[in-house]
Design a protein around this ligand. Structure first.
Ligand code: PEP
Length: 273
């Protein structure tokens, strides 16, 4: 991926939500993703139990499927774990590494996150590496330092724009309805790009997609996604229904294209009516 040619990505993290019934919502999302595919990549990260069924149900559409976690090893005596190779075999093309809920509830350190990202690369999955500061850290003026420390320890040196995506997700914004100001998001994203250029190199820093995550919803998506250095979003709660998720990624579809789609629709209705 070249600098200035970063195709945006809007990824939905279903967390521990979703069962067979959710496949209909996924199909609706996949169909809307097909209409938007010239402008934005769309991904759903369902629970591991749904990956292969979602893959089958959305076959023939551009919807990308990601997983929410992987184990660092390829196989072995790790009861209850799933390797990146198994996720790829089930139909995933990406995996979230180091979501703050896993860092918090499963004590995942940045070193462990790096191992998981390397495991993702080994299986040809894109690693979506999450970083984010707590509310206390932000109030103490340490947000940028915390993010740099997490990035330095989580990002494999072999990361490229093709195998890695960064998600900046302030912990205090996840599931709370709170978001940083547009200015704070913009500042953090440009800081992340500079830092990645520093620790990897300029070309990889310029090409790496940096997503924002934390309480993105239809009502605030346009303001956040329009910011410089914001290359898309990682969306939790608002990715569970097509009604909420589709308007978020439609932000990237130019109005002219939407108007054309409406014309097509009206023509079909006239012809068939
Ligand atoms: C997330 O879990 O990655 C997330 C951003 O959640 P929400 O959109 O619900 O804040």
């Amino acid at each position: 991926m070249l600098a200035g040619r970063r195709k945006p990505l809007v990824a939905g993290n279903w967390k521990m939500n979703g069962a067979s019934m959710s496949l209909d919502a996924a199909r609706d999302i996949a169909e809307a993703a097909a209409e938007a595919s010239d402008f934005v990549d769309v991904m759903l990260c369902p629970p591991a139990t749904l990956i292969s069924r979602l893959d089958m149900r959305c076959a023939g559409t551009p919807l990308l499927i990601g997983a929410q976690n992987c184990h660092a090893e390829q196989s072995g005596a790790f009861t209850g774990e799933i390797s990146s190779e198994m996720l790829a075999d089930a139909g995933a093309t990406a995996v979230i590494c180091g979501h703050s809920e896993r860092r918090e509830y499963n004590s995942e350190s940045s070193a462990r996150v790096k191992e998981k990202a390397l495991a993702a690369h080994r299986a040809n999955l894109k690693a979506i590496i999450c970083v984010g500061e707590t509310e206390t850290e932000r109030r103490a003026g340490k947000a940028a330092d915390v993010i740099q420390t997490q990035l330095a320890a989580s990002l494999p040196s072999s990361s490229t724009p093709d195998n890695t995506i960064i998600a900046y997700e302030p912990v205090w914004a996840i599931g709370t309805g709170l978001t940083p100001s547009p200015n704070d998001i913009g500042e953090m994203h440009s800081g992340i790009r500079l830092f990645v250029s520093d620790i990897l190199d300029q070309a990889r820093g310029a090409g790496m997609r940096i997503l924002y995550g934390g309480s993105v919803k239809p009502s605030n998506a346009s303001q956040i996604l329009a910011l410089e250095n914001v290359d898309g979003a990682l969306v939790g709660g608002a990715s569970l229904t097509a009604e909420d998720f589709v308007p978020i990624f439609r932000h990237y579809v130019p109005l002219a294209a939407v108007a054309l789609e409406m014309d097509d629709l009206q023509e079909t209705e006239t012809v068939s009516g």
